[in-house]
Design a protein around this ligand. Structure first.
Ligand SMILES: C[S@@+](CC[C@H](N)C(=O)[O-])C[C@H]1O[C@@H](n2cnc3c(N)ncnc32)[C@H](O)[C@@H]1O
Length: 242
């Protein structure tokens, strides 16, 4: 089904509102990594990869900021991939980040790799493997930015065990409503069926390692330096230099 028939632009806009409910500082996060990337590289990035890019909203903003960059995103959700493909500035890959094959499809030479609210879906050992694979597809001197729920050191590493953040219940409701509206749109029926198959038996890990955990995992994956780039409440972004 062509994404124009599905009015993907409208869904992508409302997705952005839902994600901003989960991560109220999303725009400051994006500005932080853009500024850091330009400072570290001394130029605009040429090759950008967004991991778990959903409908491609964040990736599309990077493509607008850096129009000469090749911007690629990866996801495995058939609904979100279809929406992302409505954005001509993006190369959209269908792959599982919990496995290794995505590196073959993605190629290499990336000088910025981002992951926003993606890695908590994976178990800790898969996140470690993901960081090793990121290192392999990145250019020396490139930047990895991983933003997720990363509480202060010492708090439980499972999202459900943390105190709810202000606005979280409303964000969860908006997420459920968004998916409910997609499911009740007749044009999405085949994609929703495909989505059910992809996610059958797949349980999100809801892992919420602290920044120290992510920094250690990045260093043991071969990144030279790793630390906090940005924090807003219990959300934080790790930046790691390849
Ligand atoms: C909460 S959404 C965030 C999407 C996007 N980063 C954003 O901020 O708009 C998490 C995304 O990760 C994707 N995802 C989860 N597990 C994945 C996996 N194993 N491989 C690829 N994508 C995955 C989901 O399909 C979803 O699009």
């Amino acid at each position: 089904m062509p994404s124009t028939v599905l009015d993907s632009a409208r869904w992508r806009t409302s997705w952005d509102e839902v994600m901003t409910g989960f991560v109220p500082g999303l725009s400051s996060l994006e500005e932080s990594w853009a500024t850091a990337t330009e400072a570290v590289l001394g130029r605009h990035p040429r090759c950008v990869l967004d991991l778990g890019g959903g409908p491609g909203v964040v990736a599309a903003r990077m493509a607008s900021r850096w129009p000469s960059a090749r911007v690629t995103m990866i996801d495995l959700d058939p609904v979100l991939l279809t929406m992302a493909r409505s954005c001509p500035a993006l190369t959209v890959l269908d792959a599982d980040l919990g496995e290794g094959e995505w590196t073959l499809a993605a190629g290499d030479g990336y000088d910025l790799v981002t992951a926003v609210m993606t890695v908590h879906y994976l178990r800790p050992e898969r996140i470690r493997a993901l960081y090793r694979r990121c290192r392999r597809v990145m250019s020396p001197g490139g930047l990895l930015v991983v933003a997720d729920v990363m509480p202060d050191d010492g708090l439980p590493a499972v999202m459900g065990a943390l105190n709810p953040a202000p606005g979280e219940a409303a964000a969860e409701l908006a997420w459920a409503q968004w998916w409910g509206e997609v499911a009740s749109s007749p044009g999405f029926r085949p994609l929703m069926a495909a989505r059910s198959e992809v996610f059958a038996g797949r349980v999100p890990a809801n892992f919420a390692g602290d920044v120290g955990w992510h920094a250690a995992a990045a260093r043991s994956a071969g990144f030279r330096e790793a630390g906090v780039l940005w924090r807003d409440g219990r959300h934080a972004a790790l930046a790691a230099l390849s």
